[in-house]
Design a protein around this ligand. Structure first.
Ligand SMILES: NC(=O)C1=CN([C@@H]2O[C@H](COP(=O)(O)OP(=O)(O)OC[C@H]3O[C@@H](n4cnc5c(N)ncnc54)[C@H](O)[C@@H]3O)[C@@H](O)[C@H]2O)C=CC1
Ligand SMILES: CC(=O)C(=O)O
Ligand SMILES: [Mg+2]
Length: 621
């Protein structure tokens, strides 16, 4: 697993200017490490002297790879795997056996690989987690562990965790309650934290809570690896989470905690958001990412906020989270709160959410309509006819719910209808990009939760936007970590959306994109992180006060320099050898008792190819 028992190369020996005392060598003594190698120590790019130093010499084939060759081999193996789930499995093995190679590969192929480690493939991986389980990739805490969570958490082998993504598996994407099989989500989200925001992989903790499952099929599946109990009550969950939050922050006081894919996450957000450095990705991250794209959509559609009419299919955590975030935007654009919230019509499995419909869940009341004249609108089609929306959002988990008829109607009603089918994975998307383009005759402003391929329409290549919280959560988390925020405020969330909306290049704007190219995600995450840090400062929740005095440019540079880079990480072992060699008088190139060889093209002075490149966002509009 990527979180192997041994600490990283860096933490074993230190990477500061002076080698630790126990590694200082007397004359003629060979430098050597007296620790068990960890998985990435077997990297085939390591030089011969590095292998001797790491005591992995003879344990890998004798040839020394270049990064390029190694990438090529890994890609060829990946491409030879036929199905997405087989590719997912190969990538999981790679992350466990050579974490830096995994992230080098991901960095170079982020657009191609993200759908394999994240939505949509992670959905199937979760559905089949117990069937396919081969290796530990995170931490599981069970309801039976209550009272002892603090002790169990001590078993996590890494001492410096900065961020955790925690789920109880009760609403995994649009796939329902998958119990502990939901572990794929924290693993996938944290891989994106590392790839997109450069949080060191060993500082991330994927966490899955086994609080039982309401999924009978799982409970009766002989291979299922969770407890067979039904879902615990809301009260029991609350007590468990109270203990969890205390235990996590006791072991790692600065930890940022991201809640993910809980069936009803509103109570925990309300309970912890001011006390802990936490946020809920499905409510807040999704709200922010959709606002970020929506700000750009408004510019293109030219419809003023007061004239917008938004119909949402789905009134759960994501639906309400997005509607709340857009409400805040409308208010900043000059509408009163009452006027702003009246721009929204939410539809759930019972139809239009209206006050006179009967008892409503607490989180739906804010947007419940009181102007429906006693009439209940049961279907989306009826609501579209009644509201005549400018915006159609899908956060319902119902694949295909945006029917050809509804899409055609949106195009009749608007010059540029906003159509965002945001449910995941692809099978749950309310429509495909192809359907949206076909039935709106290419008029719609489109973003989907899961990726769809580029299309040619009327002789023009159209690129679908991906309205997925992956554009913001890495920056929200990194911003909270670097600013050492005591909490994640609403202004920090809003700032992530605004920053995202400004991250497009001139060409991307010219091409009518709503979101930046995913291949630039690290640059985008720097911009989002900077926005989040500035908001933390404005709210005075930051504790890294020195950052307040940095110019915007210096702040971005500061962020870049703190991002994990898998190339630099792999070079650390060479750095250590150089430092040690400098202390071995008369044998600067003699390591492990053997004569040193040159390490091919992987020169130790190699510059990062990912981060630390100031000015990469120069073309930004
Ligand atoms: N694109 C993105 O970044 C994100 C997408 N999502 C997706 O949004 C979807 C919903 O997530 P949550 O809101 O957290 O789930 P949730 O379970 O809290 O809400 C689902 C909502 O859909 C409604 N619904 C269910 N069946 C329906 C039907 N037949 N007709 C109309 N409405 C129906 C439910 O009544 C509920 O209001 C999921 O598919 C999830 O993957 C969630 C977070 C982020
Ligand atoms: C993207 C995401 O967080 C979800 O679908 O739940
Ligand atoms: Mg989610």
């Amino acid at each position: 697993m990527s979180h192997s028992r041994n600490t990283s190369t860096a933490s074993k020996t230190g990477t500061g200017k002076h080698p630790p005392a126990n590694l200082k060598m007397a004359h003629h003594q060979a430098p050597m490490r007296h620790v068990v190698p960890d998985a990435s120590d077997y990297d085939t790019t390591h030089s011969i002297e590095a292998r001797k130093y790491l005591k992995t010499y003879g344990l890998t084939p004798p040839g020394v790879d270049t990064y390029e060759k190694q990438n090529q081999r890994a890609l060829a193996i990946l491409n030879s795997r036929k199905t997405p789930i087989e590719k997912y499995q190969y990538l999981s093995v790679l992350r466990s056996t050579n974490v830096h190679l995994f992230y080098r590969l991901l960095a170079k192929n982020v657009k191609e690989l993200t759908p394999l480690i994240y939505t949509p493939t992670v959905g199937e991986a979760c559905q089949r987690w117990s069937e396919l389980y081969t290796q530990p990739e995170g931490m599981y805490l069970s309801f039976e562990d209550r009272g002892h969570l603090h002790t169990v958490i001590q078993n996590w082998p890494h001492h410096d965790v900065e961020i955790t993504v925690v789920t109880d598996g009760s609403r995994i994407l649009g796939l329902g309650d998958l119990g502990v099989d939901g572990m794929g989500i924290p693993v996938g989200k944290l891989s994106l934290y590392t790839a997109c925001a450069g949080i060191h992989p060993l500082k991330t903790l994927p966490l899955c809570l086994d609080l039982g499952t309401s999924n009978k099929e799982k409970r009766e599946d002989p291979l299922y690896l969770g407890s067979r109990r039904d879902k615990v009550t809301a009260e029991e969950e609350k007590d468990f989470l109270d203990e969890l939050m205390a235990a996590l922050t006791e072991r790692w006081p600065g930890i940022v905690i991201q809640y993910e894919d809980f069936k009803n996450p509103f109570p925990s957000l309300e309970r912890y958001q001011e006390t802990y450095t936490m946020f809920n990705d499905d409510i807040q991250g999704t709200g922010a990412v959709i606002l970020g794209g929506f700000i750009n959509a408004v510019k293109q559609s030219g419809v003023a906020p007061k004239d917008q009419r938004a119909v949402f299919l789905g009134a759960g955590s994501a639906g309400v989270g997005v509607a709340k975030q857009l409400t805040e935007f409308f208010m900043k654009e000059g509408l009163s709160e009452e006027e702003a919230k009246k721009r929204f019509w939410l539809v759930d499995s019972q139809g239009l959410v209206a006050l006179d419909r009967g008892k409503l869940a607490d989180h739906k009341i804010y947007f419940a309509r009181d102007d429906n004249g006693g009439k209940q609108y049961k279907t989306l089609e009826e609501v579209v006819e009644y509201v005549k929306p400018t915006i159609l959002m899908g956060l319902s988990t119902i694949g295909g719910a945006f029917t050809p008829k509804i899409l055609e109607r949106m195009a009749e009603l608007n010059d540029r209808p906003v159509v965002f089918p945001l449910s995941n994975p692809s099978s749950k998307s309310e429509c495909t990009f192809e359907e949206a383009i076909k039935y709106t005759k290419g008029k719609c402003l489109f973003a989907s939760g899961s990726p769809f391929p580029t299309l040619n329409h009327a002789g023009k290549d159209l690129v679908p936007g991906q309205g997925n919280n992956m554009y913001v959560f890495p920056g929200i988390g990194l911003g909270a970590i670097l600013s050492k925020s005591v909490s994640v405020t609403q202004n920090m969330i809003y700032a992530s959306a605004e920053a995202l909306s400004t991250s497009l290049l001139k060409q991307e704007i010219k091409d009518n994109w709503l979101y930046p190219d995913i291949r630039r995600i690290r640059d985008v995450s720097v911009i989002v992180t900077a926005g989040v840090i500035r908001a933390a400062q404005a709210d005075r929740v930051d504790r890294e006060l020195a950052l307040r005095h940095l110019s915007d440019e210096d702040l971005e540079e500061y962020i870049r320099n703190r991002m994990y880079d898998p190339y630099i990480e792999s070079e650390k072992v060479n750095e250590e050898i150089r430092e040690l060699a400098a202390h071995v008088i008369g044998s600067p190139t003699t390591v492990g008792g053997a004569h040193a060889h040159q390490n091919g093209t992987n020169g130790t002075a190699r510059k990062s190819s990912m981060a630390s490149r100031p000015g990469t966002a120069n073309g930004r509009a």
